[in-house]
Design a protein around this ligand. Structure first.
Ligand code: AMP
Ligand code: MG
Length: 446
């Protein structure tokens, strides 16, 4: 920046002229801003990871089964392993009697063979003994009556004629050896962890979690647990951002609070080395002192935007230069707590998902009926905090009260954002709205 000094920029912090002298601000639609941010992100590399740690991550390898599953044909019931030929025509009125020659429990392999006229007691999951081809459940024999009456247990009456193979789980029924069980790109859920465990795998290659450095800026900020002097506020953005990073699968690295001075900002920004994304808050809006913008501009290729949305109009995005390393993308969120959360939701979450290798980036959306108005004074897309409820199959979006971008408790009362498009002056009660569901889980009655 030739001819520029920080003194100059400090003198220039009136906001009358549509932006600062030296920092060019672009005005973008939500889509344009989204495209520009997302263009900077790609999936990170895969790393071998213990399967229990992979929940929510994306497989970076195909998984082919090293074995048949189940490995051996086994019983689906507690009962008797028999030869189906021996029980043809059996019924309660005309039972077939077989000699019981042994017992096989799950985990054992019987050394006995079921010869014609014999049966082996078998438990669920136990391998089918040689000679047997069918399992008769206890319920279809005289098992219970025989035990109650004290009759000898070396014989059993079979009361039904079961087709060959009944209640036998064949080997390889679930998975054949060599079969592709899970594909690269699959998001690991509980079931995938179970499948990998059932194949005997303790580790899998998954795309690693991005490390997100988090920096709050502002002279007014006080960390929790410290006395709140007059004029100060507690830093909440570090916490909402860190919790959001964790919630979407990233690893938060809180750097703390940088004061609005050159030294502090430079020092904190130097601590971002090794992260995959830097998320700052505050200091990027038009009315701000230039200091945060100056430092960001000096340390990288960062652009300052106005996005046609409410909340979260000011946004910074670009890359921080790293000494001897690759530039790190930086997203500068607005300072107001609700704006920071909404901007994170719209831009940082999809970026983190992309680094995680996910391809489904959008939240679930539903259409619902608005129960109170959303106003739109200046042609921005409004994301109104609403509590979504469901009645008789219809979703209702109930605005959570004052929508100021500083009213963080209204975010706590909301489970969704309802949209008033930029080209409408308002959405009125009773109208249909598009709703972005933020929480759709067991905590929410839907
Ligand atoms: P700024 O973007 O610096 O103009 O900040 C906008 C508003 O957000 C101001 O009221 C700040 O006090 C507030 N703010 C900035 N950073 C934080 C933070 N980390 N936690 C809570 N409020 C903040
Ligand atoms: Mg500030």
């Amino acid at each position: 920046m030739p001819g520029h000094s920080h003194q100059d920029s400090h003198a220039h912090h009136d906001d009358s002229g549509g932006g600062h002298g030296h920092v060019h601000e672009d005005m973008f639609s939500v889509e344009e801003a989204y495209e520009r941010v997302m263009a900077a992100f790609a999936p990170l590399e895969g790393v071998e990871t213990p399967i229990l740690d992979t929940l929510g991550q994306v497989l970076a390898q195909d998984i082919d089964s090293p074995l048949d599953l189940p490995p051996l044909a086994n019983s689906a019931m507690d009962g008797y392993a028999v030869r189906s030929d021996d029980i043809k025509g059996a019924s309660a009125e005309a039972p077939k009697t077989l000699s019981v020659i042994g017992l096989v429990a799950a985990g054992q392999v019987s050394s006995q063979t079921v010869a014609p006229g014999t049966a082996i007691r078998i438990m669920t999951g136990a391998p089918i003994p040689d000679g047997a081809d069918t399992v008769v459940p206890f319920e279809e024999t005289d098992e219970v009556a025989r035990r109650q009456s004290g009759r000898p247990l070396d014989q059993v009456e079979v009361h039904s004629s079961l087709a060959r193979g009944f209640h036998v789980r064949p080997s390889g029924e679930d998975v054949k050896k060599g079969e592709r069980v899970l594909e690269s790109g699959t998001v690991v859920r509980v079931a995938e962890i179970g499948v990998m465990a059932s194949l005997g795998l303790s580790k899998a290659r998954v795309i690693r979690r991005p490390v997100v450095a988090i920096l709050a800026t502002g002279d007014e900020l006080v960390p929790a647990d410290q006395p709140l002097e007059e004029g100060k506020i507690f830093d909440s953005n570090s916490f909402t951002v860190a919790a959001s990073v964790a919630a979407c699968g990233g690893v938060p690295r809180i750097l703390g609070i940088a004061r609005d001075n050159l030294e502090d900002l430079h020092r904190k920004l130097s601590e971002t080395a090794g992260s995959d994304l830097v998320v700052t808050s505050a200091g990027v809006s038009k009315g701000d002192y230039d200091i945060v913008k100056d430092v960001l501009t000096e340390r990288g290729n960062i652009n300052f935007w106005s996005v046609r949305m409410r909340p979260a109009k000011p946004l910074a995005f670009g890359h921080l230069r790293q000494d001897g390393g690759r530039p790190i993308p930086l997203l500068g969120l607005p300072g107001n707590p609700v704006s920071a959360m909404v901007a994170f939701e719209m831009f940082a979450r999809p970026a983190i998902y992309t680094m995680l290798g996910k391809v489904r980036l959008a939240r679930p959306m539903v259409e619902g009926i608005l129960t109170g108005p959303i106003y739109n004074g200046d042609g921005r897309r409004v994301y109104a905090r609403v509590e979504v409820t469901k009645k008789d199959g219809t979703y209702y979006a109930n605005p959570t009260g004052p929508q100021g971008s500083n009213i963080l408790t209204s975010m706590s009362r909301a489970n969704a954002l309802a949209i008033c498009p930029e080209d409408l002056p308002s959405k009125e009660a009773g109208e249909k709205v598009q709703i972005i569901m933020l929480n759709w889980n067991e905590e929410v009655d839907l």
